[in-house]
Design a protein around this ligand. Structure first.
Ligand code: MN
Length: 321
């Protein structure tokens, strides 16, 4: 928590039609996590006090890193279940391979969206050769119970709708802002948008009152609802807002994440989202024995092994820890 957290965080924001809680301004600090041998990421979700924003349940921000003489990102084949992954870049590129046969280089401000459904595996690597700088975010979206066993698939959307206002360019990653809708598949009411603010921008972004929101800073100096948010930090905004004031002292890059509060309880362990201990145990065993999650072809290296399960039972948890 932060010294900006002057208002209590609501225990329940409610779904659509529910009484909407007051807006909050809760600055979430990142936790540094080593990803493979060469990449350090800043993890914003899950965070100490908060696990989800809408169905967004995992947010890593990385770079900008100078990888001119480095291998860059090297994440060997690993499985996913019960979620979607969103790969979003500001600089550089990432080569995605998955067990449905996808082979796709992801470029800045183009959407790599993988829906794991019941089971998928993938790898992510900096291609050879690659650009000097790598800067982006890796995000997960929890699938609701009704869609968590859906068919695994990968989508790549090079063209995304852009909404503009003086000093603001908003690219739709998922969902809708101001009448523009991303072509990416969604399974809950959700929004993700990339916000480019020009120096001196002073704008108000329209929001949905019954969504909860957070803003991740990627670069530059921006004030979100009056709060300075530095690159690698995220401001949780709560629910009950119809607009969001944004100001930029310099050119700045932000990501808006939001959605209807996700009321189902989840078990999130390693790369899996389930509803019970048994779901997770079965997924772990299936990955270990090479069943269900398929095979990633062409990655130069061994797949990741799942860690040991904790000796205490995993507990289903809600949006707030
Ligand atoms: Mn992954």
């Amino acid at each position: 928590m932060s010294n900006l957290d002057r208002e209590a965080v609501p225990a329940v924001c409610g779904g659509r039609g529910f009484v909407v809680a007051e807006p909050v301004r809760e600055l979430l600090s990142p936790r540094r996590v080593q990803l493979g041998e060469s990449t350090e990421v800043r993890r914003l979700l899950p965070n100490l006090g908060r696990r989800m924003v809408g169905a967004w349940c995992f947010v890593d921000h990385y770079g900008p890193d100078d990888i001119a003489d480095e291998p860059g990102m090297q994440v060997p084949p690993h499985p996913h279940m019960g979620l979607q992954t969103v790969s979003w870049l500001h600089r550089g590129e990432v080569l995605h391979r998955d067990s449905t046969g996808s082979l796709q280089t992801i470029h800045p401000r183009q959407l790599g969206l993988m829906t794991s459904g019941r089971a998928i595996s993938h790898s992510e690597e900096s291609p050879k050769p690659h650009a000097r700088f790598l800067h982006g975010a890796q995000l997960w979206v929890a699938l609701p119970d009704s869609h968590r066993s859906t068919e695994p698939h990968f989508e790549y959307h090079a063209e995304l709708p852009v909404v503009t206002a003086p000093g603001l360019e908003a690219t739709l990653i998922l969902g809708e802002v101001d009448g523009a809708t991303s072509p990416g598949s969604t399974y809950t009411p959700i929004v993700g948008a990339d916000l480019t603010l020009a120096r001196g921008a002073d704008v108000r972004l329209p929001l949905e009152a019954d969504f909860e929101y957070a803003v991740l800073s990627m670069s530059g100096e921006a004030h979100v609802d009056g709060v300075p948010v530095l690159p690698g930090s995220m401001l949780y905004l709560g629910c009950g807002r119809t607009e969001l004031p944004l100001r930029a002292e310099s050119d700045a890059g932000l990501m808006l994440l939001g959605g209807e509060p996700f009321e189902e309880e989840l078990i999130m362990w390693w790369n899996f989202i389930g509803r019970s201990q048994e779901d997770i145990e079965r997924a772990r065993a299936d990955w270990a024995t090479g069943t269900r999650f398929g095979e990633v072809k062409g990655y130069d290296g061994a797949p990741l092994r799942a860690p040991e399960l904790p000796s205490v039972p995993l507990k289903p948890r809600g949006r707030v820890r």
